[in-house]
Design a protein around this ligand. Structure first.
Ligand SMILES: Nc1ncnc2c1ncn2[C@@H]1O[C@H](COP(=O)(O)OP(=O)(O)OP(=O)(O)O)[C@@H](O)[C@H]1O
Ligand SMILES: [Mg+2]
Length: 227
């Protein structure tokens, strides 16, 4: 059996910013299979974003292991980490984080250019068709609605066909209709692109599309539900 795309084993995270160390994650273990959506739910400050950053290899646990495709992120060289972050992991954020001086098409192409992928324009256009934003290819982010910006951000996150997709409150800044469109795209990221999706959310609608619901409380797993 191949290793799961994502596994956390006994992960602890403590932040130390000069003052008292603060433990933010406590003994987190979970695994996520290919093509599944896992929702991380829990109150503000319970550690959801911290966990996404560890799972996406943007940061490292204080102890325990994060394994991506069976390899602990701690063992990767700087070059391997850069390649992993560019090709293997996609991110979607609450405030979209599109680059304001680039067009829609350029925003989506950028990850491909950075990883020297072949046919960047063709692939970027293909993803823009997927999110139904191809007619806005030449627009700038400020010319789009929030829902449209998040669809472009989805196209950008999936443009490298990443195995992992981290979504941090992806519907947190959207009206219900736009949020529903993004949730449908997140589901499709799993079913159509085979991505392993990890989504932090406060929204019951968002949690409802997940295969697995992980409830965090004060940095600890309170429950794991497979509805
Ligand atoms: N870089 C950091 N340095 C110190 N403390 C941090 C840092 N990042 C987060 N924290 C603290 O860790 C705890 C968890 O934060 P985190 O952002 O993971 O929570 P969250 O569940 O994503 O919250 P929200 O729902 O509000 O986004 C909080 O108490 C926060 O203040
Ligand atoms: Mg957060």
């Amino acid at each position: 059996m191949p290793p799961p795309p994502l596994e956390l084993r006994g992960v602890f995270k403590t932040y130390r910013n000069g003052g008292q160390p603060v433990e933010v994650l406590h003994d987190i273990s979970l695994a996520a299979g290919p093509g599944t959506v896992t929702a991380l739910v829990g109150r503000s400050g319970c550690g959801k974003t911290t966990l996404l950053n560890l799972a996406g290899a943007m940061d490292f646990p204080t102890s325990g292991e994060v394994l991506i495709d069976g390899r602990t992120t701690r063992s990767l060289s700087d070059a391997e980490l850069t390649a992993l972050r560019r090709r293997r992991v996609g991110f979607v954020f609450q405030f979209f984080q599109l680059l304001p001086t680039l067009t829609v098409l350029e925003n989506v192409e950028l990850p491909l250019l950075l990883s020297h992928a072949p046919k960047p324009t063709e692939t970027a256009r293909d993803r823009l068709v997927w999110v139904e934003m191809e007619d806005k290819s030449a627009s700038f982010p400020y010319q789009l609605s929030g829902g449209q910006m998040q669809r472009v951000a989805m196209a950008r996150a999936l443009v490298t066909s990443p195995g992992l997709l981290m979504a941090d409150e992806p519907t947190g800044n959207l009206d219900t209709a736009s949020g529903d469109q993004i949730l449908a795209l997140l589901r499709e990221s799993a079913t159509r692109f085979g991505a392993t999706v990890l989504m932090a959310t406060h929204s019951a609608e968002a949690a409802a599309i997940a295969d697995v619901r992980v409830s965090l409380r004060d940095g600890r797993i309170q429950s794991i539900d497979r509805p």
